[in-house]
Design a protein around this ligand. Structure first.
Ligand code: 0A1
Ligand code: ZN
Length: 880
């Protein structure tokens, strides 16, 4: 075969210095090429120090037979690294050059051994990507492109290597040394140092590499797999936190058993470690056998964590564990395929949480998150498909679209195939792709081949952005006893996608008799795949009520022609709990939207429906709490053509107040209901507590003084953080003497516990008072406000950005505050700063004054010198 190696390296000594690569390049999915070089094995040696860590790497590299590009240049990605030494096949090499942060080496043959030395400073790493220091320990975060901040490497997910890691460090500072796989050797190194060596037998991409060194203590346990192998489990935390790790451990064991039962997936190594760290950009990370967690998703006890915290811990522990198969054993070919692992793993963790809790309540919560975060994304300037076509900074694509809408896509496959065929498909997917870097197409192909069902039409869900809107209208021919359902679908244009195609939309649909309240036509699955479509139902013996998109079978917006009376009836009679919840939400939403538009509002159907829900003996309290909660200000805003936050807020408060006074007795009774001791974490006890606080919120809307008394009593007597935080959450929005007293008491008791102090910041940033902006400004100067800690920054700035009324304060000070925060945070941690930008994104939909102020702040951020790629991408896209 002809030698097609064309590229050569410029002579390192004579070539002009490589120009800095353009800062904000757009990467495109269509440009994907297989890697030219593979790295089947890598050995890493770390001489650990907080301020200086030396990293020596040895890569065995070989030409990729599957690559058509045959240059003799090996590009090793780097970010902020300078090689202190380079060797090729054991000989020192000075014929290397840099291209931006990347190291380029000229390689004569097809197989070589590369040695590279670098030195890094973990203490100076405020981006928290790569190797960094947190609370005296060292830890890593490599997804998506952090490994290149540790050493030079082809840092892309389709290069899989076997890792051998040796680390050495001061034994008193770093008594515990962890990495992926199995610890194969350890020993003393003199001068108070020690070392450990770890081997991971499973080839993995660099983003799954992990290392931890610190003074940690384990909560240990074991799990015996289905085939009888014993796995040693450990959760590593600071000694003081050990008593708060049991729930995470219990959750881990439940998740391991669940994945065996539901997906037939066993754990594959002898050890599984979880480490909690204080400073972490996201929730947690699925590094092979060494999961690293934001401590918020590990630590919990009754006194410091709410029921929601407990649920989140179970969910995230399960999520990361499930990644062992959906992510680690089968990984992603490129970052455009991120939803391959994330959408699927979210679907898996959602199913797990549903199975260990209450399925309808879990479904309502999942949909609430989707609507609160993903729908706005899909309808704004940052809209992108589940499988994006391009990005500047991949960190900006760890979005609700990739994660949560991605999970909805998998759920639709599950709905269409049914559980058994779906399982056949996932079995085939894992078999076929084990040890490979796969694509979303590979996933769908396996589901199709496993089930024998054609899923090609559904693939548009990966490529077409935007939330479909479905109009539905039912027509009844009483004489012929036939009902005809008329359906129409439409997707609004999104950036880069002006014209949309109809999508296949699975709609679980039933008809409920408006007289008897019985399900007169049992549920069936309608696949709406045309722009317009009609479906008939026979034997419709009474005027039907339309129960559609049951259990939220498709991630769409339904606009169904149904009167308030019909919705009220459905809210009581529908046999699908989710559809009942939906009927309530729709009823409330219509009243709120009408009110915000200045139209007259008939509150009575809403109040009657809430009253009936509260009085019901058959509904469980958690469901009641969900069902009676009014849609948030931002959800109402999503339904408005021109958003006026003050009008929305006012009408919502008026409705809350009316509910609070008309249903006073029912609400106070719900507030008083007991049967939920603080240590009882059963779904029913959690439900009682949730309803207690939701009810109190309504009482406060009608009578602050009365509610403040009830709340303060709840606060003082609370035997759980759920009740304490619930009461404080209500008080914090009131103008009562109890408010400050409770805030102070909370601070005094918990200011040494960072995760609880985060709550104190967040509660105030979420407050619905006219002075919230002033208070938040003050808090940003508070002694305990630490901008370098992502949890603290999110608890103040992130929560504030989601506080619709306060953020959109008419004087524009909310906008200025958040923009200041973004600019300041960007200098330290671009990834976290960029995640604060989205609230600005929808500026075009606001009334002109606010729209202008929001735009102005975006422009101010964009004009900041030295802006990161992360924030640059979000801000320019928001302005475009
Ligand atoms: N894969 C993780 C999410 C994650 C992504 C990037 C990170 O770096 C800052 C950290 C975590 C998950 O889905 O859990
Ligand atoms: Zn994940």
């Amino acid at each position: 075969m002809a030698d097609v190696r064309t590229t050569t390296l410029p002579d390192a000594k004579t070539a002009p210095e490589a120009p800095p690569s353009p800062v904000h390049v757009t990467i495109r999915r269509e440009d994907y090429r297989p890697p030219e070089w593979l790295v089947p094995e890598i050995a890493l040696k770390f001489a650990l120090g907080i301020e200086k860590t030396r990293v020596q790497s040895k890569l065995s590299v070989e030409r990729n037979p599957d690559s058509a590009d045959k240059s003799n240049v090996l590009r090793l990605n780097g970010d902020g690294l300078t090689p202190a030494g380079v060797w090729i096949d054991g000989s020192p090499c000075d014929n290397w050059s840099m291209d931006g942060g990347d190291l380029l080496l000229e390689l004569p043959g097809d197989r070589h051994e590369i040695g590279i030395d670098v030195e890094i400073n973990p203490a100076a790493n405020t981006k928290l990507m790569g190797l960094y220091a947190s609370n005296g320990m060292l830890c890593t975060q490599c997804e998506a492109e952090g490994f290149r901040r540790i050493t030079f490497f082809p840092d892309r997910p389709d290069v899989l290597s076997k890792y051998r890691v040796r680390m050495e460090g001061d034994a008193s500072r770093f008594p515990v040394l962890l990495s992926n796989g199995n610890r194969v050797a350890a020993g003393e190194a003199g001068d108070g140092a020690h070392w450990a060596e770890w081997h991971d037998p499973f080839p993995k991409p660099s983003y799954l590499f992990a290392l931890v060194a610190g003074d940690l203590k384990p909560n240990r346990d074991t799990f015996t797999t289905l085939s009888g192998r014993k796995v040693d489990l450990a959760i590593w935390v600071r000694e003081v936190d050990l008593p708060k790790t049991q729930h995470a451990m219990d959750s881990l064991k439940l998740a391991m058993a669940w994945d065996e039962k539901v997906y037939g997936r066993e754990y594959d190594l002898d050890q599984f470690n979880i480490v909690a760290v204080t400073d972490f950009n996201m929730g947690a990370m699925e590094n092979k056998s060494l999961n690293i967690f934001n401590s918020a998703y590990v630590l919990a006890d009754q006194d410091t964590a709410t029921d929601a915290d407990f649920d989140n811990i179970a969910r995230v522990v399960a999520h990361e564990y499930f990644h062992n198969w959906s992510g680690d054993r089968v990984t992603c070919r490129d970052w455009f395929q991120l939803s391959l692992k994330e959408g699927f793993t979210v679907f898996r963790d959602q199913s797990f949480s549903a199975d260990v809790g209450s399925p309808p309540v879990k479904r309502i919560e999942d949909v609430r998150v989707l609507r609160a975060v993903q729908f706005p994304e899909d309808q704004g300037p940052l809209a992108h498909p589940v499988r994006p076509d391009s990005y500047m900074e991949i960190s900006n694509f760890y979005t609700a679209t990739v994660y949560n809408k991605g999970a909805e896509v998998i759920r639709m496959f599950h709905t269409v195939l049914g559980p058994e065929n779906f399982r056949k498909g996932t079995d085939l997917y894992f078999d076929r792709n084990d040890g490979r870097a796969a694509t979303c197409d590979d996933f769908v192909a396996a589901l199709e081949d496993g089930s024998g069902v054609d899923l090609q039409p559904f693939k548009i869900w990966y490529s077409q952005a935007g939330t479909p809107k479905v109009r539905a209208r039912i027509e009844h021919d009483a004489e012929a006893k036939i009902a005809t359902l008329h359906l129409e679908q439409h997707v609004d244009p999104t950036p880069g996608q002006p014209d949309k195609q109809p999508m296949p939309i699975p709609l679980r649909t039933a008809l409920v008799g408006s007289e008897t309240g019985h399900e007169i036509c049992p549920e069936r699955l309608i696949i709406l795949d045309q722009a317009r479509q009609s479906v008939t139902f026979e034997n419709v013996t009474e005027p039907p009520l339309l129960s559609i998109n049951r259990n939220f079978s498709a991630p769409i917006i339904v606009e169904a022609v149904r009167s308030p009376g019909e919705l009220e009836r459905l809210a009581q009679a529908d046999t699908d709990p989710f559809a009942r919840y939906e009927a309530m939400q729709e009823l409330m939403m219509r009243a709120l939207v009408a009110g915000a538009r200045g139209e007259e509002v008939d509150r009575e159907p809403v109040i009657r429906a809430i009253g009936a829900t509260l009085r019901s003996n058959s509904l469980d309290p958690a469901f009641k709490a969900d069902a009676i909660l009014l849609p948030s200000d931002s959800l109402i805003a999503d339904r408005m053509d021109v958003v006026d936050p003050d009008a929305i807020h006012a009408v919502r408060e008026q409705l809350r107040s009316a509910i609070g006074s008309e249903l006073h007795d029912e609400l106070v009774a719900a507030h008083r209901s007991d049967g939920a001791a603080g240590d009882d974490l059963s779904p029913s006890a959690k439900g009682v507590r949730r309803l207690r606080t939701v009810a109190l919120g309504f009482v406060a809307a009608a009578d602050q003084a009365e509610a403040a008394e009830l709340a303060k009593a709840q606060f003082d007597r609370a035997d759980s953080m759920t009740d304490r935080q619930g009461a404080l959450g209500v008080l914090v929005s009131t103008d009562t003497p109890q408010r400050q007293a409770a805030l102070n008491a909370f601070y005094d008791r918990f200011h040494d516990d960072p995760l609880v102090l985060d709550k104190w910041f967040a509660l105030q940033a979420a407050s619905q008072r006219p002075d919230t902006v002033d208070r938040v400004l003050e808090l940003s100067r508070h002694f305990d406000f630490v901008i370098t800690n992502p949890n603290r920054l999110r608890s103040l700035a992130g929560t504030f950005g989601a506080n619709h009324w306060a953020f959109h304060s008419a004087d524009g000070r909310g906008y200025a505050f958040l923009a200041d925060m973004i600019i300041a945070a960007d200098k330290l941690n671009p990834q976290v700063a960029a995640r604060l930008v989205p609230p600005f994104g929808r500026w075009r939909r606001f009334e002109p004054k606010r729209a202008a102020m929001m735009r102005q702040q975006l422009e101010r951020i964009a004009a900041t010198p030295g802006l990161s790629k992360d924030v640059y991408e979000q801000v320019t896209k928001s302005l475009a």
